[in-house]
Design a protein around this ligand. Structure first.
Ligand code: PGA
Length: 274
């Protein structure tokens, strides 16, 4: 795992956007794995600004989101489809027909969504870069504690903690789903590159476990330790409980000096090599 620590959430967003832009520079047909939640919004804002400035195009990109609620119409303001439209898709030049979420249409058996979604990801050539947030309980996507580390896209019932964490986004009286379809942990691990973003003090304990704890299904994000190309992008608050913080900062400085000497473009960054 490579751990990057930045001063604040804006620098985290700039760095994540840089990685996405670098990828699109050499692979305009990239397949992006996208996430909802408060954390990636700042990254999407940076991408939108760069798109508006003519620095980046999503015309040939395909995207797969991590998860979608069961029981909401896609047009509901609380659906993750609506979230993505509002925070990214409606403003950029991505082809809406190539933006996928594991959506369950009314009347559809939610158990049939996962296998289809897996097939679509494979047919698109697999995910080049997956963006992840992290839940306070260590979930990635909606893979709650106890999720099989070999899981694939499927129905998950949300824990009470996740339900309560997410209730801030619903108004009183609104229907708030208890279930979702989420990419599985093995699906996420299949991505060629992963960026895990975390900002704020309230993520510090989950990040400490993810980076420095033992791999456990009870803290699903720890499984990322097994992936070859994961970058954990943190602000100082989210990094504040890391025991080896000084070491990660030292490594970052050394890597910066290698990049300054030998080139820091995507072509020269081993993270982008297949
Ligand atoms: P957040 O959610 O970005 O809103 O904190 C992250 C998550 O639950 O995965």
């Amino acid at each position: 795992m490579e751990v990057f620590i930045f001063k604040d959430s804006q620098q985290v967003a700039e760095y994540a956007a840089d990685m996405i832009c670098n990828l699109l520079d050499f692979k305009s047909r990239a397949v992006l794995g996208l996430a909802t939640g408060t954390t990636p919004i700042a990254t999407y804002e940076v991408l939108i600004n760069r798109f508006r400035a003519g620095q980046i195009s999503f015309k040939r990109v395909t995207s797969f989101n991590l998860d979608e609620y069961i029981g909401l119409q896609s047009s509901s303001p609380h659906s993750y489809r609506s979230f993505m439209n509002k925070h990214l898709f409606d403003t950029i030049d991505i082809d809406p027909a190539r933006t996928y979420l594991p959506e369950c249409s009314p009347g559809q058996d939610p158990r049939s969504v996962g296998p289809d979604y897996e097939q679509r990801i494979v047919a698109a050539g697999g995910i080049d870069l997956q963006l992840l947030g992290i839940g306070g309980n260590g979930h990635i996507g909606f893979n709650e504690p106890g999720s099989s580390l070999g899981s694939r896209t499927r129905v998950k019932v949300l824990t009470q903690r996740t339900f309560e964490d997410n209730s801030r986004l619903f108004n009183e009286g609104d229907f708030q789903p208890h279930m979702a379809v989420t990419m599985g942990i093995a699906t996420i691990l299949d991505a060629r590159r992963i960026l895990l973003l975390a900002t704020g003090e309230h993520k510090a304990a989950a990040i400490k476990d993810t980076v420095e704890g033992a791999i456990s299904a009870m803290h699903p994000a720890t499984v990322l330790q097994q992936h070859q190309r994961v970058r954990v992008i943190l602000d100082e608050a989210a990094a504040s409980q890391l025991e080896h913080l000084d070491y990660y900062q030292w490594v970052q400085l050394q890597n910066d000096s290698i990049a300054a000497k030998h080139g820091g473009s995507a072509d020269e960054d081993p993270w982008f090599h297949n």
